[in-house]
Design a protein around this ligand. Structure first.
Ligand code: SF4
Length: 305
């Protein structure tokens, strides 16, 4: 299954997620990644999955009449690693007026073919957590060929070429990329990129590394002020949910977890739903104190409390 949702999200309203990659196909291995560790980092773009099969699933959802605010490419890694992303965006735009958004880690935007592929999207949400190679290496643990200087340059050129909206997301981790000196360098890089919005986030879901700690709302607010009027805090502190949730899905997850500790992949297989949709429900259950997360032999398991 390549689509999930529509899932209510604070930033994009009802977002129909489109996942065009095998699980965790990424050029980075961010310390805060909620999907776990990237086993083999990739920068080579590939022909993953059949375009018509993906489009067929999207069309079925569109004609079903469900409310959808955005069709969003995100999912199991870095969506621009799929060479078909441009074709998919163009085909979706021929079918519907629902705006198309792409969440990207920005690492391939220095390639003209990738910038061209995203040119028909309505909104691109690229991320940038580091302004120096040292912090890029610590925070995002990139593929060995990636240089932050080129990533920032790629973002700058993309801004000049792209006519849609760009909301630049910065995820802040305590003690890693939040020092005043680094924040100053980030601000300088952002001023060159000139996004429409700067969205500040922090670690609110169980991350890949336990040491990835969140900033407090007050600390984020201070940085928001420093970045100026385009900046906003999008971290969802203590908020259980921002829209209707399916109590059936919550109950079904609880029933599975009650039997034995399970991974997200186990829950996904049992319920026939996409991991990216289920992770939001697991997150709610964690916040409600109904389940807990344990690490066993490097894998994350959900267990009943
Ligand atoms: S870019 Fe996204 S998917 Fe890739 S490692 Fe970072 S958080 Fe995970």
């Amino acid at each position: 299954m390549h689509i999930y949702g529509p899932v209510p999200s604070r930033r994009l309203g009802y977002s129909l997620g489109v996942d065009i990659l095998p699980f965790k196909t990424c050029s980075l291995d961010c310390i805060y990644c909620q999907l776990g560790t990237t086993e083999r980092k990739k920068v080579q773009r590939n022909k993953y999955f059949d375009v018509d099969a993906i489009l067929g699933q999207i069309k079925i959802l569109i004609v079903s009449g469900q409310h959808i605010d955005y069709i969003t490419f995100s999912g199991s890694g870095e969506p621009t690693l799929n060479v078909y992303i441009g074709k998919l965006i163009r085909e979706i735009k021929k079918t519907t007026q629902i705006p198309v958004a792409v969440l990207t880690n920005s690492t391939l935007l220095s390639q003209k073919s990738v910038r061209n592929a995203l040119s028909d999207a309505d909104l691109v949400v690229p991320s940038l957590d580091a302004a120096t190679q040292e912090i890029f290496d610590r925070m995002n643990r990139p593929h060995s060929s990636l240089k932050i200087r080129q990533v920032i340059e790629g973002l700058k050129i993309f801004r000049q070429e792209f006519s849609g909206k760009i909301w630049l997301e910065i995820l802040l981790v305590k003690g890693v990329n939040d020092s005043p000196a680094h924040i100053k360098k980030l601000k300088k890089a952002i001023s060159k990129i000139n996004p429409d919005k700067i969205q500040l986030n922090t670690v609110v879901r169980p991350p890949a590394e336990k040491a990835a700690l969140p900033l407090s709302p007050q600390e984020l607010e201070k940085i928001r002020e420093f970045f100026g009027k385009k900046a906003e805090v999008v971290a969802e502190f203590n908020k259980i949910q921002h829209g209707p949730i399916s109590h059936d899905i919550k109950d079904a997850i609880l029933a599975i977890v009650a039997r034995r500790p399970v991974t997200l992949a186990d829950i996904s297989t049992s319920l026939g739903k996409h991991k990216n949709e289920l992770i939001k429900y697991c997150d709610i259950l964690l916040k409600e104190g109904k389940i807990k997360l344990i690490i066993h032999e490097g894998k994350k398991f959900y267990e009943l409390i």
